[in-house]
Design a protein around this ligand. Structure first.
Ligand code: LLP
Length: 419
């Protein structure tokens, strides 16, 4: 019988060994993506740097993997920074993002050697300037700009999102004050400007508009600064998704940047991108065990042993996925079914209306392309325990995050004897 294998191991074997639900990563697929980014995002004209946006999937093992390919890291919280400190990633390669980094988070990060901050607003810059002075630490500060381009869809909209919670408009009084404050500070240095225009982008034109806007900003500065273009490179969730291949996307980025720099007669110190999803999404597969099946007048359900707690994206964004019954790959897909999770919520649907074979309870379902924002957005809703995460490479599997136990759920709870 034709069975799904992942990096040389049968999916049913992985399910048996580690249990389900299970996040499985094909390590070589991650490595291929890292290499594709690395080999194609280079220019003879300026330095380039790739930060892995670790919010997509962060574990110490993952950070070590991206580090081994020469990537740097984007973190967005004290927790992500702390995790990064436990890895081999040098602290000088960590970039701290976020619109409301707390005093405690920044203090902790700076005490631990943080060198790069992407500041979101004027108040943050004011605080950073005080903190750097008190701690006598130098900090490279990039300012997050709201460039007014929204590329969350296949089309992009200019001047959308002027009220975004992220970043400042370059022309705003706040932004100009922030720049002045950095320039006047003994400890802060203006590293450059950052923008991130959206996620799951399939069209180069929005990025080109972003590059044009950012380069235009640099014309106001004598020194050569860094441009950080953010992430958002699209991936395939279902066959309807046709992302730009990474190599092509990178080459287009570089060429366009070189072209605009030349046209505007501007030099840059460094060009940065921050891919998250595109590094890990397609390398990840979630394995579930199929439980009960049920027919309603208009639907047929296959229930699985996880759901919105391990993949919130369908409920949150109507995200679409594709799947297979791993032990029935060559069985005809005669059924039109809805894959529903086990959580107490009507919206806990993983896939609406897909074609699958007839199944029996205990069959294993693989949902593809779940490597980004699945584990990292997982929750304990309904006291679900978080699934294990495993990496598989060349026929060998290894555990990267252990499955949580019921006891783990109680960690941190305080029970008072006398009430
Ligand atoms: N850089 C910045 C500043 C970002 O805000 C993000 C994502 C990235 C890089 C990485 O974007 P990526 O290459 O992964 O698209 N939870 C949502 C996605 C939210 C992304 C937020 N920012 C999802 O599951 O689709």
């Amino acid at each position: 019988m034709n069975e799904l294998t992942i990096a040389g191991v049968k999916a049913t074997e992985l399910a048996r060994e580690y249990g389900t639900p299970l996040y499985v990563y094909d390590q070589e697929k991650i490595e291929e993506k890292l290499l594709e980014f690395k080999e194609n995002f280079t220019s003879p004209r300026f330095k380039t740097k790739i930060l892995y946006a670790s919010k997509a999937f962060q574990t110490i093992e993952m950070i070590d993997l991206v580090h081994s390919f020469g990537f740097c890291l984007d973190v967005v919280s004290g927790g992500e920074f702390f995790t990064a400190l436990q890895s081999q990633m040098p602290v000088e390669n960590i970039y701290f993002h976020g619109n409301n980094k707390s005093f405690a988070e920044l203090e902790f990060a700076i005490e631990n050697g943080l060198q790069h901050v992407i500041a979101d607003n004027l108040m943050e810059v004011e605080f950073l300037s005080e903190l750097a002075k008190t701690q006598k630490r130098n900090l490279q500060v990039m300012l997050r700009l709201n460039v007014g381009i929204d590329a969350h869809t296949h089309e992009y909209i200019v001047t959308a999102h002027i009220d975004s919670k992220f970043g400042m408009s370059y022309e705003s009084v706040d932004c100009q004050k922030a720049i002045q404050l950095i320039q006047e500070s003994e400890f802060l240095e203006l590293e450059g400007f950052h923008a991130h225009i959206g996620s799951q982008i399939f069209d180069l034109t929005a990025w080109f508009a972003e590059i044009e806007k950012l380069v235009h900003v640099l014309k106001d500065f004598d020194e050569s600064l860094t441009l950080n273009l953010g992430g958002g490179f699209g991936v395939t969730y279902t066959e309807a998704d046709k992302p730009i291949p990474i190599a092509e996307n990178m080459k287009a980025f570089i060429e366009k940047t070189e072209e605009i720099l030349e046209k505007e007669n501007v030099m840059i110190r460094e060009l940065i991108i921050e891919p998250g999803r595109s590094v890990v999404a397609e390398a990840g597969i979630t394995l579930y065990t199929i439980g009960y099946q049920k027919k309603t007048p208009n639907k047929q359900y296959y229930f699985v042993d996880g759901g919105m707690t391990d993949n919130i994206r369908p409920a949150l964004y109507q995200a679409e996925y594709s799947c297979d019954v791993v032990n029935k790959l060559d069985v005809e897909k005669t059924e039109t079914v809805t894959i529903a999770g086990k959580m107490c919520e009507s919206g806990d649907i993983i896939i609406q209306q897909t074609k699958l074979p007839k199944v029996t309870t205990g069959d294993i379902l693989a949902v593809y392309s779940t490597g980004a924002y699945g584990f990292s957005m997982s929750s304990h809703y309904n006291r679900a325990t978080r699934p294990a995460v495993i990496f598989v490479k060349k026929g060998e599997s290894r555990i990267v995050v252990k499955r949580e136990s019921y006891e783990d759920l109680l960690r941190g709870e305080v029970v008072y004897e006398s009430k």
